[in-house]
Write a protein that binds this ligand. Structure first.
Ligand SMILES: Cc1cc2nc3c(=O)[nH]c(=O)nc-3n(C[C@H](O)[C@H](O)[C@H](O)COP(=O)(O)OP(=O)(O)OC[C@H]3O[C@@H](n4cnc5c(N)ncnc54)[C@H](O)[C@@H]3O)c2cc1C
Ligand code: FES
Ligand code: FES
Length: 470
């Protein structure tokens, strides 16, 4: 059993490393590639950014920036990896490196390699380059001492030339089905039935999707887990199905892959997705993983509850469907039975007059965890609210419907007074806690105020002027 991948064009085969070795440790300690730095070891600073080249839907290479501190080595099996050492070739800098030098974008040795790799992924992609896309590409790279302006300038310079160099093209390697070392097992099932078998045979094995939550066990806690079941190679868990009524997302689909669908079908949800971590996180993190953590502040959970999403849970004995709102039982406890896993998430499409809004309140816009998330699906017919579903995160030990708030709005006229009354009902629905992100009073206040935001958001500017004038 061997882990195989290309590193800067050179084939690496590893059969004597612990499967819980982080890619960052492997690069720095085993491969001697010390250009990749460790800053936080928890996905926040971007100093450890590397680029993984994968296939897109048209079998073209797709360059994705990822945090090597949160990945473990078997996750690279079959991949093509570029680190900062792989950029300069034949004695010439990559255009990103040249632009960084010429724009005075080079800073300290800790943050600069990560910035370069994030910009390299941006340059190799097909996005329209604007200040907005550059800021988004850099949101996962922190510098606490100097500034970003010369780096943004370097990004414009590097990306203005559309010629792309191919870095090792696509890896021809076929990923293996698992790896074992020193009694530590890493299973990489390729299909649903293999996954179901392993889930039954190894009930204590940890399910790993992108690892942006679990990665901390390896990078910080150095937990030598005995068995891991990796879901990203399971074909069925990577499927996306769109019908006229719903969008069904396999549990191992990444945020980056689902974003274009959300931009079309649920634009407000898409905006919220772009605020989950950074590109490095969204390139590997999954909605299935977000649900699996069952965190009260998981960003997608209230949105999916408000949209009335349904889970398909699968095990060796069959599958069952469960409304997402019934999946969360108590703090970080779910209704998942032994042997089960999340197969997919089905989200109904918005009907004609339904509108959806999601608001994330956090101390910082980018790369921050929510204090409160409010999500609303509302249907207004004339002035009357015909249908409403509301869910909040950060307000209780689980993400939860706001039933009293819904009652204050349903069948009422959609006027500012109704929104104010719904805000007052927040205290009936929730008794939030105070923690380092927000006090309970702040949470109650902001959740109530979000109803005013919703009202203003959904009300024509002209109508609002009349309200203000009155
Ligand atoms: C720097 C940083 C920023 C972040 N920012 C945000 C943020 O803004 N908002 C937010 O909500 N989260 C955030 N997160 C948390 C994390 O990125 C998300 O929760 C993400 O969706 C987890 O997905 P994953 O695929 O990486 O899950 P993993 O880490 O692989 O798994 C997470 C959990 O889900 C379980 N699981 C995974 N797949 C399945 C399955 N198919 N069936 C059953 N259980 C499963 C795993 O066993 C584990 O318990 C952040 C994390 C980091 C490191
Ligand atoms: S070391 Fe900070 S994101 Fe990886
Ligand atoms: S962290 Fe490198 S210059 Fe600020």
């Amino acid at each position: 059993m061997t882990i195989q991948f290309y590193l800067n064009g050179e084939l690496r085969r590893e059969d004597a490393v612990s499967p819980t070795t982080t890619v960052l440790d492997y690069l720095r300690v085993s491969a001697g590639k010390t250009g990749t730095k460790e800053g936080c070891a928890e996905g926040d600073c971007g100093a450890c950014t590397i680029v993984v080249v994968r296939k897109n839907g048209d079998d073209e290479p797709l360059y994705e920036a990822v945090n090597s501190c949160l990945l473990i080595l078997p996750q690279l099996d079959g991949a093509n990896v570029v680190t900062v050492e792989g950029l300069a070739r034949d004695g010439h800098f990559d255009p990103v490196q040249t632009a960084m030098v010429e724009s005075d974008g080079t800073q300290c040795g800790f943050c600069t390699p990560g910035f370069i790799m994030a910009l390299f992924a941006l340059r190799q992609g097909n996005e329209k380059i604007t200040d907005g896309t550059i800021h988004d590409a850099l949101a996962g790279n922190l510098c606490r001492c100097t500034g970003y302006r010369p780096i943004v300038q370097a990004a414009h310079q590097a990306c203005q030339d559309a010629t792309k160099d191919l870095y090792g093209e696509l890896s021809p390697l076929i990923p293996g089905e698992g790896y074992e070392h020193n009694h530590q097992k890493f299973f990489a099932p390729q299909n649903l039935s293999q996954l179901a078998e392993m889930r039954t045979d190894y009930p204590k094995a940890m399910i790993l999707a992108g690892g942006t939550d679990l990665g901390l066990l390896f990078s910080k806690d150095r937990d030598p887990l005995e068995a891991i079941i990796y879901t990203s190679s399971v074909a069925e868990l990577g499927e996306i199905e769109e019908t006229k009524d719903y969008l069904e997302i396999g549990a191992a689909v990444t945020y980056t892959r689902i974003l274009p669908y959300f931009e079309r079908l649920y634009p407000s949800f898409a905006t919220l997705i772009t605020r989950i971590g950074s590109r490095q996180i969204r390139n590997v993190g999954t909605i299935g993983g977000n649900i699996g953590t069952a965190s009260p502040i998981g960003d997608t959970l209230p949105c999916l509850i408000a949209l009335d999403a349904m889970l398909t849970l699968y095990s060796k004995t069959g599958s069952r469907e469960l409304p997402l709102e019934d999946f969360f039982i108590e703090y970080r406890k779910t209704d998942l039975k032994p042997g089960e896993f999340i197969k997919s998430i089905r989200i109904p499409k918005l009907k004609n007059k339904q509108k959806f809004r999601a608001y994330k309140i956090s101390k910082r816009y980018d790369q921050d965890i929510s204090s409160v998330i409010g999500a609303y699906r509302i249907e207004i017919d004339g002035l009357r609210v015909k249908d409403i579903r509301i869910a909040f995160g950060g307000m209780a030990e689980i993400p939860k419907r706001a039933v009293a708030c819904e009652g204050a709005i349903l069948d009422k006229e959609w006027v500012e007074d109704t929104a104010l009354k719904a805000g007052l009902a927040v205290t009936t629905d929730f008794k939030p806690l105070s923690d380092h992100r927000a006090s309970k009073d702040y949470r109650l206040c902001v959740a109530a105020n979000l109803f005013i935001r919703l009202y203003r958001d959904l009300t024509d500017a002209e109508d609002l002027m009349e309200v203000v004038a009155a």
